[in-house]
Design a protein. Structure first.
Length: 68
């Protein structure tokens, strides 16, 4: 995810009980700067999937449309 998306995704996951365990960037001097997030969840598949969906929704940028 982009640097601007990190905090909103982490918040969305946390609200759903998903704990961020690591955040890192493998791509030195890349543009745009991309981050990789690791997380842990211990709940039903339905609850975890709702949390992951919230994290994906938090990645959307303004004006981005849902795929058809």
């Amino acid at each position: 995810m982009s640097e601007d998306q990190v905090n909103s995704v982490a918040r969305a996951l946390a609200v759903h009980g998903i704990q961020v365990t690591a955040l890192h960037n493998h791509l030195v001097h890349s543009s745009p700067s991309l981050f990789f997030m690791h997380f842990w969840a211990n709940d039903s598949a339905e609850q975890v999937s709702k949390g992951l969906r919230a994290g994906l929704e938090a990645m959307k940028t303004k004006g981005e449309k849902e795929p058809s």
